[in-house]
Design a protein around this ligand. Structure first.
Ligand code: HEM
Length: 472
């Protein structure tokens, strides 16, 4: 397979730089959309662009559906358990089925009052932002994270926290350290295994976070264990517990068994993935509104026309608000904050474009490159929500939404996509219904990111005013 030769010992590590997703796209222009790089002790196959991602992950869904046993993954998943970091197996399929069904029921309000919960969080967020601001400027990062964190803990455990709850605020904001230490292109110690034993502040932060998170999940499991009824599940944890009860009986779950570890790892995956990416996307969408005031004005106009000023937007308004929806899809595409998704791995030897790929080869999936692929997107570097609109601008353009790869492709595609889309629509449109966002002291924030498991936008301050009347 083609690919850069790299340096002895370190391989191509230095070429990845601070933005591996962009560096890998550049390497693809020399070697093609499927190439191999060496990082320390690992040979890795890299997939770039819409076509290669589809031909591998969609057309050969099982062959590419594993996860590499990177040390950072093993450490973050109770030794390779749970949903996100465990490899493809019968157990993973069962767990994924339960999680998919529970999230579907959560989004469709079948078991839970989801829309009401999201709208309550939206109102609380607006209250906090506008109270704090009163003509001031602020960074909305932590409050957005707590609001979205609250939605996922409600789905998982039926819990509610106030925005001032110090324990919850800590847990939600500490997750930053996790996303720095575990990344879409691995962690440096994944490729140079001896580095795991060298003390480092990032490893220490990761250990502290994992300990805190695991103890939080254990407490929730203990709370649920004695009272859940499989005939009347109250939340996603009840659903997962019922699955184990059928398989192994209730008693197996609190004895530090593999099942207990698996439940804790799954809860951690859903908690971390459930709010980190969604809150970052919402935070970023406000920056886009500051950078593009004309687009902000068009969103305000659409909301006022469809919803009016007397109530907040509802999910049933969504089909009548294609422009607002298109803005959200374009934010997902352009920012592509899960730029490299989570690395995959082959579970059997296979071929792609006549290249042989052995079993257990780690695969980097460059989602960012697919969302900026000039073969699929006209002028991909431009922020242009209209690309997601139908010709008559009355609905979303289905062929564009099908091409969007913000949530991955194939068997490992994000199970939380529908929930994320619902949260983004309700929260973004509620914030836009109530507020206008402007640069602080005329300084337009830049779209500058640091790379981790997802991209993190550098903090920015925003000047927010409360909208009182139509068009304001
Ligand atoms: C804007 C929001 C989100 C984005 C952009 C996003 C994106 C992604 C991506 C790219 C992957 C990796 C796919 C792959 O490996 O090929 C993923 C996996 C995952 N996501 Fe999301 N996600 C979002 C929200 C959510 C939410 C709300 C939840 C849960 C409630 C969630 C739960 C998960 C889980 C559990 C996995 C691992 C799935 C597996 O390995 O089988 N995500 N997500």
């Amino acid at each position: 397979m083609p690919g850069p030769r790299g340096w002895p010992i370190i391989g191509s590590l230095l070429s990845l730089g601070e933005s591996p997703h962009i560096a890998l796209m550049q390497i693809a222009s020399d070697y093609g959309n499927v190439f191999q790089i060496r990082l320390g002790v690992q040979n890795i196959v890299v997939l770039n662009g819409v076509r290669a991602l589809r031909d591998a992950l969609f057309k050969q869904p099982i062959a590419f559906s594993g996860r590499p046993r990177f040390p950072s993954f093993m450490k973050s998943s109770q030794g390779g358990k749970g949903l996100a970091f465990s490899s493809y197996s019968e157990q993973w399929r069962k767990l994924r089925k339960v999680v998919d069904a529970s999230l579907r029921d959560f989004v469709t309000d079948r078991l839970f009052s989801t829309e009401q919960k999201i709208t309550t969080e939206a109102s609380e967020l607006i209250r906090i932002l506008t109270n704090n601001m009163k003509g001031h400027v602020m960074d909305a990062h932590d409050d957005i994270h707590v609001a979205i964190g609250n939605i996922i803990v409600f789905a998982l455990f039926g819990k509610n926290y106030s925005h001032d709850d110090p324990e919850f605020k800590d847990l939600v904001c500490l997750n930053k350290q996790f996303a720095q230490a575990v990344t879409g292109n691995g962690n440096i110690a994944d490729f140079f295994p001896w580095l795991q034993f060298v003390p480092s502040s990032i490893q220490d932060q990761l250990d502290t976070y994992l300990e805190q998170e695991s103890s939080y999940m254990k407490d929730r499991l203990r709370e649920h264990y004695n009272v859940y009824k499989s005939s009347a599940p109250r939340d996603i944890l009840d659903r997962i517990l019922s699955m184990y009860e059928v398989d192994e009986g209730r008693a197996s779950l609190l004895k530090n068994t593999d099942s207990e570890k698996e439940v804790i790892a799954t809860l951690s995956n859903l908690f971390g993935a459930g709010y980190d990416t969604t809150s970052k996307t919402l935070y970023i969408s406000l920056v886009y509104m500051i950078i593009y005031p004309d687009i902000q004005r068009k969103v305000h106009e659409e909301i006022d026309r469809v919803v009016g000023r007397d109530r907040l937007p509802k999910s049933s308004d969504r089909p009548s608000m294609p422009f607002t929806d298109a803005v959200i899809q374009e934010v997902l595409r352009d920012s592509s904050i899960a730029a490299m998704g989570i690395p995959h791995c082959t579970v059997q030897s296979t071929t792609l474009y006549n290249y042989h790929i052995p079993k257990y080869t780690p695969i980097f999936v460059n989602l960012w490159s697919a969302n900026h692929d000039p073969e699929s997107w006209d002028e991909p570097e431009l922020f242009r929500p209209e690309r997601f609109l139908s010709m008559d601008c009355r609905s979303l353009n289905k062929s564009a939404t099908r091409k969007l790869m913000a949530f991955g492709v194939g068997k490992r595609r994000c199970p939380g996509e529908q929930l994320a889309q619902l949260e983004l629509f309700l929260l973004f449109s509620a914030l836009m219904h109530q507020c206008s966002f402007e640069p602080c002291q005329g300084e337009i924030p830049e779209l500058k990111y640091t790379v981790g498991l997802s991209l993190t936008l550098q903090p920015y301050k925003v000047y927010t005013t409360i909208r009182k009347s139509v068009g304001q």
